[in-house]
Design a protein around this ligand. Structure first.
Ligand code: ADP
Length: 310
């Protein structure tokens, strides 16, 4: 079902719900009017109509939600299919060229680099889908260790810089005030996924130049907050919470061209919650940049050698 037809279906069900509710109210008033003197029957009528109206409203809400969920799953499938097909087609094209033609050394190197970044893109998509499935499993291995955050964030910054071919000044990681070593109790792999997703987004949604600042700070003595600020496309106030829903992707035109699965921030939120923390987005609006704040409980105690994340 295409987008216009789906919107039509949602509008139809909302109209149907409103009409049925209006009909029920009208019937109720008529009933009261005609049986004004019979109080007991009146009361039964009012209760039954109340139940009827509640049923109609519930039914409409449920249907609209289901249609929206279907819509999101469809666009997720389309996005994933595209994200899988495009790099495979590109790799195949370069392999065919290398096989059929004699290519000089610099060009060969260029082809290898393109194929490598296509493979990274493919791997990233597959990992996101697998991680989304894995995080929901109850019997998952949730081994936790003391993780020092600054080296972990530095490692993620280096990976994202190399993945997006960024210069050393484009993502700036500030030192912790007083050079305090901040530890959390957590699963290193999951924390790496969360931080990398936030950094990836900060780069992806800055199409006119990347200028990202990461900062770690202690909050209220018990929390450590990682803030990732970019100067990119920004987020509309009504989307600040929704972007953390599974499969949610902004439908504004400037973002449709930027590829993704709508799973990244859902993974970040799930990981933050599983670590007893949270994540939220701040933005003053479109084209005004955005800040993501990942908050985790601070692990108590002194640092011990060999227990860091790296
Ligand atoms: P994806 O990037 O694959 O679409 P995410 O779950 O990572 O999925 O993000 C959901 C939506 O949130 C994106 O479609 C985008 O509109 C918005 N978003 C996320 N991070 C940023 C950011 N740093 N700046 C602007 N918009 C963002």
């Amino acid at each position: 079902m295409n987008l216009t037809r789906r919107r039509g279906a949602i509008a139809f069900f909302i109209t149907l719900g409103v009409c049925l509710t209006a009909l029920a109210v009208t019937l109720n008033i008529t009933w009261i009017h005609h049986n004004g003197r019979r109080l007991a029957i009146d009361l039964v009528g009012v209760i039954l109509f109340g139940i009827l109206i509640a049923g109609v409203v519930l039914n409409t809400v449920f249907l609209v939600r289901e249609i929206r969920r279907n819509e999101q799953q469809d666009s997720f499938l389309n996005a994933v299919t595209h994200e899988l097909k495009t790099p495979i087609a590109s790799i195949r094209l370069y392999l065919d060229t290398l096989q059929r033609r004699t290519v000089d050394e610099p060009q060969r190197k260029k082809f290898y680099n393109i194929m490598r970044s296509d493979t990274d893109r493919l791997l990233n998509t597959v990992e996101q889908v697998l991680k989304a499935g894995e995080l929901g499993q109850r019997d998952r291995d949730r081994r936790r260790t003391r993780v020092e955050l600054h080296p972990l964030v530095a490692e993620c910054v280096a990976t994202v810089c190399s993945r997006h071919h960024l210069g050393p000044d484009e993502i700036n990681l500030l030192d912790v005030p007083g050079r305090v070593r901040l530890f959390v109790m957590g699963n290193v792999e999951d924390l790496r996924t969360a931080i990398s997703n936030l950094l990836d987004n900060a780069v992806k949604y800055s199409p006119n130049g990347v200028q990202v600042t990461c900062r770690l700070a202690i909050e209220h003595y018990t929390w450590v907050t990682l803030s990732i600020r970019d100067q990119g496309l920004g987020i509309q106030p009504r989307e600040l919470k929704r972007i953390f829903n599974r499969f949610y992707r902004s439908s504004s035109m400037d973002r449709i061209k930027i590829k993704g699965t709508g799973l990244g921030l859902f993974l970040v939120r799930t990981i933050a919650q599983q670590h007893g923390g949270d994540v939220r987005a701040i933005s003053e609006g479109l084209n005004k940049g955005s800040t993501m704040l990942l908050r985790l409980p601070l692990a108590i105690g002194a640092a011990s050698p060999g227990n860091t994340a790296t």
